[in-house]
Design a binder for this molecule. Sequence first.
Ligand code: NAP
Length: 285
Amino acid sequence: MINTETRILGILGFPLGHSLSPLMHNRALQSLGLNYVYVAFAVARHFLADAVKGLRGLGVAGVNVTVPFKEEILPYLDELSTEAQACQAVNVVKNCQGRLVGYNTDGPGFMAALTEAGVTPAGQRIVLLGAGGAARAVAYQLGRAGSQHITCVNRTRGKAEQLAEFITGQTGVPASAAGWDEEEVEKAVQAAGMLVNTTPVGMFPATREMPPVNPEWFHHELVVCDVIYNPAQTRLLLAARQRGLRTVDGVGMFVHQGALAFEIFTGCPAPVKLMREVVVGELAR
Ligand code: NAP
């Protein structure tokens, strides 16, 4: 029941057509009887500054931030968490009595999904596909978790180089860079304990696509992860599963980044099991 006490949460991005966040958060809020409503703020780029002022002015309790604003929103915020500061990207903003504090729960959400799957990156050699915002958030956490080495592979090689520098600079973990089709990618995959796709290649609706790694390179100890959550079983993960490998899909990361955001917004433990059921149910539809 919406009344004068109802607090507003939302997601800020553009476009937001397929976002599962409103459904996931509203069901979680309702299940705990919390008097909040979570709405979609699809904001055109040139209105970002006005939209952020509006959060303060209207006392919106908090927002998730998604494409294309995760980096662009930084100058408008008053404070950043350690992760957000390091990654220079924000996916959660909490309004603390007019002070807007930015957090990044993408990386911690990925790590929670790994923990849930019983996968430990410590001491592993890792191949990371992609060098965008998700890659930076994931790489920062993998570095801090004590991985042995990270090979960053990206279509635009220069960005892979920047990401490798970022990893070593922020976490001290050795990292190297490669372009999409370079021979060293095969060697890196063969020597790795984990392969993580952070590109959107294979995401709905282009579900037949797959990042250019050859499943014949996969050895039986390799854990293959994808941050894409729609579909949960990407072509990359299916190829790994056909070879009997362990896989971790992007649904866990999505649910856990949302659960961590929920806890930041409300101060209450998130109903993670319910949130997962809602997301899995909606994806199945
Ligand atoms: P981004 O900042 O735009 O970065 C995209 C990266 O993928 C770039 O490195 C880009 O390479 C590469 N890429 C894009 N299209 C490609 C193509 N056709 N072929 C080869 N490389 C391509 O995006 P992002 O924010 O990191 O998001 C990436 C993915 O992560 C999306 O699918 C998003 O839905 C997913 N994600 C999932 C979660 C979750 O909770 N599960 C959270 C965050 C993001 P270039 O540098 O060459 O352009």
